[in-house]
Design a protein around this ligand. Structure first.
Ligand SMILES: [Zn+2]
Ligand SMILES: [Zn+2]
Length: 346
């Protein structure tokens, strides 16, 4: 028998039936209950994210969203409907006219601190030496602000090495959401449409659901390829792809821990560790709005010894950040992005 044919036979005899594999994967695919994942389920849709961001800039009508984002009508209709069903937006009649407006609900406005935490990360790591697109001005204290993620108990800032965690009442696993992880990493470029934004740049790196989950495993201390593979029940080719992207993006570095066979572990870099703030800011939002009072994870601030809720606070006056208290100085021309333009300070 020619070698090629022999190989072919050997290969096909050990190759599992793809249908059986798919059925098995479907049966066992579960994922950790996770408030960050629940938050990202919403904002990792590129269009949904852009619409929410425009709303923070004061955009409220269908036409204003459309002209600011250049989004197709059918897509905008679909996303506004979904975001209204999710209670991120509510519909309101605009004055006496028939025109409808989409206003952020309390739950929608409460995404603001998470966006700000992502923005600070983007400013620090992804501006490529240029000035950040936006400077935040905190009207409460009148200062230029670089908000930080802090402990609700003592008010000190909290980084990746400052907190420990334990299972909360909502801990456990749930069946992996159908279609949740199917978005291709290349779809991320949609985040970069419209106005320049450090939040977009951050989501371009971690907004893809698998990339996010791989980074999360890093925060749980799971560094080794096989361990991550097992924990996430992810296809090996997808895991390899995401790890390569995250290494190229500067979030992980790869270290060999064994030779013949060569094995590697993936360590969060300083940049990767700095994602902790945005992660726990999103965790707080998911806990508050999507966990039905049953948070999957409880965080303890090591320094003060208390359980805490992450808070995003002004670095100058230490007060929590809310959308209504912020003004912006832009490093770009807002007129090139339609809409009303943000509430700028002159
Ligand atoms: Zn504390
Ligand atoms: Zn302040």
């Amino acid at each position: 028998m020619p070698v090629a044919a022999k190989l072919q036979t050997a290969k096909s005899s050990i190759r599992p039936d793809p249908k059986a594999v798919a059925a098995r994967d479907k049966a066992i695919r579960t994922e950790r209950n996770c408030s960050v994942a629940r938050a990202l389920d919403i904002v990792s849709d590129g269009w949904a994210f852009l619409i929410i961001r425009e709303a923070f800039f004061g955009t409220q009508t269908f036409e204003a969203f459309r002209s600011a984002l250049g989004i197709p009508r059918a897509t905008l209709t679909d996303r506004l409907k979904k975001l209204t069903q999710l209670a991120i937006f509510r519909q309101a009649a605009a004055g006496s006219s028939q025109r409808k407006e989409y206003r952020l609900t309390k739950m929608g406005f409460d995404l603001y601190p998470s966006f700000i935490a992502l923005m600070q990360f983007g400013d620090r790591w992804l501006s490529k030496g240029k000035p950040p697109p936006l400077t935040l001005v905190h009207m409460t204290c009148g200062c230029d602000s670089h908000p930080v993620v802090t402990c609700s108990h003592c008010g000190e800032s909290v980084g990746a090495h400052d907190a420990k965690y334990r299972d909360g009442p909502g801990a456990g696993r749930c069946p992996a959401k159908e279609g949740r992880n199917t978005r291709r990493a290349s779809d991320g470029s949609r985040f970069l449409l419209g106005r320049p934004s450090s939040v977009s740049r951050a989501l371009d790196i971690i907004g893809d659901k698998w990339s996010f989950m791989v980074v999360r495993e890093g925060f749980f201390g799971n560094r080794r390829y096989d361990k991550i593979l097992n924990e996430l029940a992810i296809a090996p080719n997808i895991l390899t792809d995401r790890l390569n992207r995250l290494v190229a993006g500067g979030v992980f570095r790869r270290r060999q821990y064994q030779s013949s066979p060569d094995r590697y572990e993936y360590l969060l870099t300083d940049m990767g560790l700095d994602l902790y703030g945005p992660f726990i800011a999103m965790l707080r939002w998911g806990d508050r709005w999507l966990s039905k009072g049953q948070p999957p994870l409880i965080l303890t601030h090591i320094k003060c010894g208390h359980d805490f809720q992450p808070s995003v606070a002004c670095d100058r006056c230490k007060k929590p950040i809310i959308a209504a208290d912020m003004r912006y100085r832009l490093a770009y021309d807002p007129n090139s992005f339609g809409a009303l333009g943000p509430r700028s300070v002159d």
